[in-house]
Design a protein around this ligand. Structure first.
Ligand SMILES: [Zn+2]
Length: 400
């Protein structure tokens, strides 16, 4: 799903909301019924292959109203979300089990499912929530569909907006980003900076989850122990692992994009095939999986932040970026741990520096040798997954 129309970006603005105390329990109950109704609807839609609004309305509306007690507008939003999930599941050739929603999260249409008035959010069915704080930069753009999420004891509303795509400046040079299994390197012919990754920290939580899972899947434990509490803790550790990588990717990409913007540079990164290639040399395991996850998230946030900030971004061919001489193109020879030398021009440097110079060079030649605005900006075709499983969402939106 593209990130918006030609000249637009779709983004989501997070609003912290809070129900009236006397309505909180009722709202949570509604969200639970919505979740159950959603899971029921997805299965019913897939079983009947009814994907049009009219058919699904006939199939489900009464059930959602009567069995699940959803207010009319919420029932409609519920089956709309179910259609979106069913559609993308049916479209996926490698689909596994039918996705099951576990989180408390409701998809809402603006004006019908929810409305924002002054400092309040009104939810269909007579619920009123106070809006506590939000990013006001996008206030002038109309609200579109939204998602109300209850997590860790608080309610957040993610409101979709469409904003004009910022114009890209003509870059004065390139800031190259290279990833390897230990760190990322950011730089060009005049500067260089190395940034550590949180893979080891993430790995600790991953291992905790594994250990718990191993221990309690044994038949020595009664079924109820294997369920509930332990499962929740395993999920907690897994989520923690993902969050560590996600936070890191977000912060680092923000730093890189700000740096580029400050100096009016373009950002260049290798395409993700380069990552796959370099991971091939590593032993398969959790560490490799986490490295891959971290870098995919980094690439995603880099592309998005670049779009949002009008920073030109280039994705270059990763072939031989760390084995070709950036000055003359000859094949480099190894002269020490991660050190390379060019037999024909004598250049000698660290493997990562070589990669940076090559990525810079490739981006410059993509610009046609001259530092002008690129005519074909990279498309960020993305579907971020802010809410954990399932990945399917009614519209392709990007979170800020
Ligand atoms: Zn050379």
């Amino acid at each position: 799903m593209p990130a918006g129309g030609e000249g637009e970006l779709t983004l989501s603005v997070k609003m912290r909301v809070s129900p009236e105390p006397e309505q909180q329990q009722a709202l949570l109950n509604l969200m639970r019924r919505y979740r159950d109704a959603l899971n029921y609807s997805v299965r019913a839609i897939i079983a009947s292959r009814a994907l049009s609004l009219t058919k699904v309305h006939k199939l489900l509306y009464n059930d959602l109203r009567e069995r699940y007690g959803l207010p009319a507008k919420i029932a409609q939003d519920c089956y709309r979300e179910a259609i979106a999930i069913a559609r993308s599941w049916l479209k996926n050739p490698r689909r596994g089990a039918v996705p099951t929603a576990r989180n408390l999260s409701m998809w809402l249409t603006y004006e019908e499912g929810y409305r924002i008035k002054d400092n309040h959010m009104e939810l269909a069915g007579g619920y009123k929530l106070r809006v506590i704080g939000w990013d006001r930069r996008y206030d002038d753009f109309p609200n579109r569909e939204a998602r109300l999420v209850f997590r860790d004891g608080r309610f957040d509303l993610y409101v979709t907006k469409r904003v004009p795509r910022p114009a890209k400046y003509a870059p004065k040079g390139v800031l190259a980003v290279d990833v390897n299994e230990r760190q990322i390197v950011v730089g060009n012919s005049s500067v260089e900076q190395r940034i550590e990754t949180p893979v080891e920290r993430a790995l600790r939580y991953r291992r905790l989850a594994e250990r718990l899972q191993g221990k309690y899947s044994s038949s020595r434990y009664s079924a109820w122990r294997r369920r509930s509490g332990v499962r929740r803790r395993i999920r907690h550790f897994r989520r923690k692992t993902k969050n560590i990588l996600e936070d890191w990717a977000r912060k680092v990409s923000h730093t890189i994009i700000s740096l580029a913007k400050q100096s009016q540079l373009a950002v260049a990164r290798e395409d993700l095939m380069g990552l796959v290639e370099s991971l091939r040399e590593l032993p398969k395991g959790h560490r490799t999986a986490l490295i891959a996850l971290g870098y995919r998230r980094l690439a995603f946030w880099l592309d998005w932040q670049a779009e949002k900030n009008g920073v030109p971004l280039f994705v270059v061919d990763p072939a031989d970026t760390s084995s070709t001489c950036p000055r003359c193109g000859a094949k480099l020879v190894e002269v020490g741990y991660r050190r390379l030398r060019c037999p024909s021009c004598g250049l000698e440097a660290d493997r990562d520096t070589i990669a940076i110079l090559n990525i810079e060079g490739r981006a410059l030649s993509q610009m046609g040798g001259s530092l002008a605005t690129p005519t074909a900006p990279q498309v960020t075709d993305v579907s971020p997954n802010r809410w954990g499983e399932p990945v399917n969402r009614p519209k392709g939106t990007l979170a800020l």
